[in-house]
Design a binder for this molecule. Sequence first.
Ligand code: ADP
Ligand code: MG
Length: 194
Amino acid sequence: MPTPSKRQNRSSQALSLILVGMRGSGKTTVGRMLALKLDVPFVDTDDLVEERAATSIEAIFRDQGESVFRTLEQEAIASLEKPHEILVVATGGGAVLDPGNRRILAALGTVVFLDAPAQILTRRIRGSQRPSLLKLNLDEEITVLLDRRRPLYMDLADFVLDATEPVDHIVAAITDIWLADRTAVDRTRQPKGT
Ligand code: ADP
Ligand code: MG
């Protein structure tokens, strides 16, 4: 007997789309457009954290530190467990570090990793108000974080998409994945790849 895959274990309700990847990979931009197109609610876990904390992520990192942020992020992700409707979920770049987060995200539906090289991520986020996690310059920080997290994104993802493509191409590709999933929710797990 083959080991049951995540897909086979999922209930037919688990049709949400979960976007994972580094900051700057386009999770918020793609997620918003995708949710509009599919006519389902869009949830950004970074927004949930800011609502709960009633302050910005930048301020949480600065005043309370990363561990407080991670706890708030865990609570935000836990609040999405067993949703009553299909969602498009954008996650924070570090959400996949926590095994409990990974389990909840995987159970929600189809996980899509938006993959982009460090150089492009750096270019996209330079100048924005983003908390620094390591005391390194931006290029080095992104390179180190990507090396550390990429195996986790790859492991969690049902699909890996090239995040350097135009946003509307990415949205179209994820729409196709979602429509195929809807018509075959209990199909065995797809090979990874685009
Ligand atoms: P994340 O939520 O993953 O941190 P964002 O959606 O905030 O990423 O995108 C970061 C920046 O990169 C934004 O300025 C956005 O307009 C830009 N961006 C996102 N996706 C693309 C893309 N596919 N091509 C070009 N620019 C993009
Ligand atoms: Mg975002």
